[in-house]
Each structure stands twice: as C-alpha cells, then as structure tokens.
Design a protein around this ligand. Structure first.
Ligand code: NAD
Length: 337
C-alpha cells in the first residue's frame, strides 16, 4: 500500500562529502516518489550550551520527535569544551545498537560473492565507556563496563531482528574464556534471550576464531551480536569483504524505536567538494531507514536501481574503479528507477 500522508524524517547532511551525498539521496527519493519530507539540520558553528556540543538542541529534538532520520558523516571540530558529535548523538538519543548489513554486490567483484550477514554492535558501553585514568605514573587503567540491562537490550534487538527478517541463526561473539565476568555476563544475557526464540539457532563464537572464519568463509554467518569494541572491529572487517567504505550502510537503533541511519564512512576531506564521492553507502542507509518505516516497496525499488547501476558497470565512481561523478552516478540511478 502506498502511504499518502508524508512522513517527516530528520536529515543531517553532515560535513565534508556529506552535503553532496545527501543531495544524491534527496534526488533519488524524489525520483522514486518516496513520501518523506526531510527536516534538515546542519551541525552548528558554535557550541550549543544545552548540548555542550556543536549539535543544536533543536536538531536532537527533531530526531526525538520524528523517531527516524538519516545522518551524513560528521567531522568533530578540534578543541576543548565540547563533546564529540557522534558521542553526543549516541548518548542523547540512547542509540544502543548499531546494525550493519553486509552483502556482496552483484556485478561488483570481490573475493567473495556470497556474503549476506548482519553485525549488531552494542553501542553504549563495554570498552568504549570512556572511563580511563592513570593509577600511578606508567600505569593506566580502562574500565570495561558490561551491564545486564544493555546486554539484554542488544540481544533482544538481535533476536527480534533475526526473526523479523527470516534469519536462522544468531552468533554471539565474545572472549568469555578470558573476560569471564564481562563477556560472561554478555553471553548469559544472550542465552536468556535465545530461550525465548527457539526457532532461531543460537551459538557462541570466540572473537579470534570468528575473525578466521569470517575471512575464510563469510557465508557461514547470519546475524552476529557483540559488545562494543568487537563490533567496531568486526563490522569493518565485514565491510572490507564486500568492497569498502563507499558501499556500506548502517543504522543506529535507539530507545523507544528511534532509527538513525548513517553511512559507515567519515567525511572524506580528501575528496570533499569535488563531486567524486560515492553516495551508495548513504543511499543504502536511507533504504534501511525506509525498511524501518515499512516502506518496503520503495526500499526495494531504490535498492534495485542502485545495484543495477553498479552491476551495469557503465556508471561507477572512482572508488569502484569508474570515472563517474557523484551527480552522473546519481542520475544513472534515477534513470534506473
Ligand atoms: P573517511 O571514511 O572519511 O575516509 C577514508 C578514505 O575513504 C578516504 O580516502 C576517503 O576519500 C574514502 N571514502 C570515504 N567515504 C567515501 C565515499 N563515500 N566515496 C568515496 N570514497 C570515500 O575516514 P577518515 O579520513 O579517517 O575521517 C575523516 C573525518 O570523518 C574525521 O573527522 C573523522 O572523525 C570523521 N568520521 C566520522 C564518522 C561518522 O560521522 N560516523 C565516521 C568515521 C570518521
């Protein structure tokens, strides 16, 4: 069914190549007649005292109200007295899970052509709790925090995701043989949730073995759930399996069903403003936002147009070995719609 009332979504074009690839998303959405109205918010030039960040309070409110948004890359300005933009978003919106689908792109040759997995990363605690201090000169300490609440929440999301998307297996990635208390608690929570989903196969894989298996045979994996640091590393490893940063989307899931989709890559200052960026990662992130909104027809249509354009081989950006500009590639996608 086609929705008639437009849905309002927040858009952060972001920095560097952000505005160029955000423009590409806007054009493709327009051509595909997606019923979305964008509420655009740029990163401010001054620190907003209400957020202690260059992100304004209004922009965060916009995401809280719309519950759905798309975010371009943000380069955190250097200097003291403010919080990192991505950290502000994560904390203020309680974005507790980062979901990264990783699929081989038909027609774009990499070492594997059968990668089809999802990494789900706990996004709020673990090694990234930001609790580090010096004990005495020459000795520092970093606290890895694992809580039952955050572990259950991300495990619940992973199983829910697996069930909702017809996936068969959830693998919890850990190092509980060494980190007995922290990763041990994470696993315990995963097991508890697994019991509620008897139709999904549950397994536990030690992180080092997981890396070896991913590189040898990525098709073995289905849905992977893991604490923060492991998720950061494993999801980049997986991005590398399918062709790199220009291609990989992600979505941050927050408290109360907020979904803030974003490309995995940064602001690419080396190619910013040159009409060279590959908009695919942000476009596929926008597609995942549409799926979150259950606008699956539009999502399928746009995804097919992107994949067909890349597979066609005629229009590809430089990172994929082509010569197309961002705007030519975008136009080719619109023509495929
Ligand atoms: P980067 O991802 O911006 O760039 C790494 C390399 O990949 C560069 O050579 C770049 O040209 C290329 N690249 C990235 N995206 C591309 C695309 N869509 N098309 C073609 N090529 C692309 O990483 P970096 O250089 O380490 O970081 C630059 C800035 O981005 C930093 O300020 C960093 O803090 C920020 N950053 C933000 C996010 C985010 O907002 N989520 C993530 C990573 C980095």
């Amino acid at each position: 069914s086609s929705a008639t009332t437009p849905i309002t979504a927040t858009l952060f074009p972001g920095d560097g190549i952000g505005p160029e690839i955000a423009e590409s998303v806007k054009q493709v959405f327009k051509a595909a007649e997606v019923p979305i109205e964008w509420e655009e918010h740029y990163v401010g030039t001054e620190i907003d005292p209400r957020t202690q960040s260059f992100l304004t309070w209004e922009s965060l409110e916009s995401v809280r109200q719309n519950r759905v948004g798309l975010k371009g890359p943000m380069a955190t300005p250097i200097g003291k007295g403010h919080r990192s933009l991505n950290l502000t978003l994560r904390k203020e919106l309680n974005l507790y899970a980062n979901v990264r689908p990783c699929n081989s792109l038909p027609g774009y040759k990499t070492r594997y052509d059968d990668v089809n997995l999802i990494t789900i990363r706990e996004n709020t605690e673990g090694e990234y709790s930001g609790l580090e201090h010096q004990v005495v000169r020459g000795v520092v300490e970093s606290l890895k925090i694992i809580t039952r609440q955050a572990s259950l929440r991300v495990a619940e999301y992973a199983f829910h995701y697996a069930k909702a998307h017809g996936r068969e297996r959830v693998s919890a990635i850990h190092k509980a043989n060494i980190m007995q208390k922290t990763d041990g608690l994470f696993l315990k929570c995963c097991r508890e949730v697994a019991e509620k989903y008897p139709e999904i196969t549950y397994e536990e894989v030690v992180i080092d073995n997981c890396c070896m298996m991913l590189v040898k045979n990525p098709a073995f994996f289905d849905v992977l759930v893991m604490p923060n640091l492991y998720g950061d590393i494993i999801s980049d490893l997986c991005a590398g399996l399918v062709g790199g940063l220009g291609l990989t989307p992600s979505c941050n899931i927050g408290e109360g069903g907020i979904a803030l989709a974003e490309a995995v890559h940064g602001s690419a200052p080396d190619i910013a403003g040159k009409n060279l960026a590959n908009p695919t990662a942000l476009l596929l992130s926008a597609v995942s936002m549409l799926r979150h909104l259950e606008l699956n027809d539009k999502a399928d249509k746009i995804q097919d147009a992107i994949l067909n354009t890349i597979a066609g081989g005629k229009y590809r950006t430089a990172d994929l070995g082509g010569t197309s500009s961002t705007t030519d590639f975008t136009k080719a996608i619109c023509d495929h719609l």
